[in-house]
Design a protein around this ligand. Structure first.
Ligand SMILES: *Cc1c(COP(=O)(O)O)cnc(C)c1O
Length: 385
């Protein structure tokens, strides 16, 4: 028997469109050329459109979403400053750890995994403690499946600490969920290539507000990093250059993939991803799994398996069938499934995934009737057409 297909339904890395894969196969180009600079500038402009900050600087970072967050934090927040980190999941905790590593004074506000932050709790935390210079928050917390209400959280921060910068991890939300950095008053938005924008891994993206750039422009704020010094990068990238060699093939492929993405209006894409994700939640419900997130993100369907069903077993059975999803992390290991509709995924892909989910549940001993999950997914897609 031939090896099973490797179908990606994980919240990163995601399935990549064939046109993007074909672009990756082109001969490697030199980065110090007029043609590459034009491509680089086009990619940055399209990313700015996708992030709803047309005309602004979105910087490309060689690395991933984590590198972009690291660069943005160091660029915008002076050394030794106080950072209020909203945790509530694996990635929220990552930014608290990262900030601590660089010597920031970090305070954390937590919520139980699966719950969404109440903006009032953020207000209370800001009032209670020493003044925060920056607040970090994850928009779509991929570990728990929660879409945190970043608009309301940013407004809450502004109401009590107008000087505090709001730094947002939009790694899985960019291009998948409504995100309006200017209207919401955000100061940094970062993402990565292998998530919502549907490209291969290898690039991080970072946007900063004018006031964040201005704060960082203070000569007293020397960024304690070299390759990730976004201050040094900004003037170069405005010309289509980079400090170090960029992943040229990836940038060429991004030019193709981002143009495809941009051709669909943001509102249409956000609604489509939400609809696909609802179909996934409906398929899960048909197997007895329940939505884990209080406020579900369209980027990942966190499903709590019923008592007696080991989620890790289901993930393994799916992998054996050539279908890759994510399981739970830390305390959620064995308890949740995290399939995702990010990337090159359409309604029939979701129906296929639902069918595979049924098979995997039956393989671990749960009696799911044939067609139950696939039918639920089809019905959910049809209802919302
Ligand atoms: C994947 C992910 C990250 C980390 O991104 P990398 O590209 O793996 O560095 C950060 N935050 C969220 C919400 C993610 O889903």
């Amino acid at each position: 028997m031939s090896a099973p297909k490797a179908r990606l339904f994980a919240p990163g890395p995601v399935a990549v469109a064939p046109e993007v894969l074909a672009a990756l196969a082109q001969p490697v180009v030199h980065h110090r050329t007029a043609a590459f600079r034009a491509t680089f500038l086009r990619v940055r402009a399209t990313l700015a459109d996708l992030a709803e900050v047309p005309g602004d600087d979105v910087l490309l970072v060689s690395g991933s979403g984590t590198s972009a967050f690291e660069g943005a934090l160091l660029a915008a927040v002076p050394r030794g400053a106080t950072v209020l980190a909203l945790t509530g999941g694996k990635f929220g905790e990552r930014w608290a750890d990262l900030a601590r590593r660089y010597g920031y004074a970090v305070r954390e506000v937590d919520v139980p995994w699966g719950r969404a932050f109440d903006p009032q709790a953020v207000v209370d935390a800001l009032r209670a403690g020493p003044a925060a210079d920056a607040v970090t928050v994850v928009h779509s917390e991929t570990s728990t499946g929660v879409l945190h209400d970043v608009a309301a959280i940013a407004a809450a921060v502004r109401s009590v600490a107008p000087e505090a910068l709001v730094l947002v991890d939009a790694v899985t939300s960019l291009a998948a969920a409504e995100l309006r950095p200017r209207d919401w008053g955000l100061d940094a938005v970062v993402s990565g290539s292998q998530k919502g924008v549907g490209l291969p891994p290898g690039l991080g993206f970072a946007w900063l507000s004018e006031r964040a750039w201005a704060r960082a422009a203070d000569p007293a704020v020397r960024v304690p990093a070299f390759a990730l010094d976004l201050h040094a990068e900004r003037p170069k990238q405005r010309r289509g250059d980079t400090g170090a060699t960029p992943p040229t093939s990836l940038v060429v492929a991004a030019d193709v993939g981002l143009a495809q993405l941009r051709a669909e209006p943001s509102e249409v894409r956000w609604a489509r991803k939400a609809r696909l994700n609802r179909a996934l939640l409906a398929a899960g419900a048909a197997t007895g799994a329940r939505p884990f997130a209080e406020r579900p993100s369209p980027a990942v369907a966190a499903l709590e398996t019923p008592a007696g069903v080991d989620a890790e077993g289901v993930v393994k059975e799916l992998a054996a069938r050539g279908v890759r999803i994510a399981g739970g992390q830390d305390a959620l290991k064995g308890r949740v499934l995290r399939p995702s509709v990010l990337g090159d995924v359409d309604g029939y892909d979701v129906v296929l995934l639902a069918g595979a989910l049924e098979d995997a549940f039956r393989a671990v001993g749960r009696d799911v009737p044939y067609g139950a999950a696939a039918g639920a997914a089809l019905a959910a897609l049809a209802v919302s057409e």
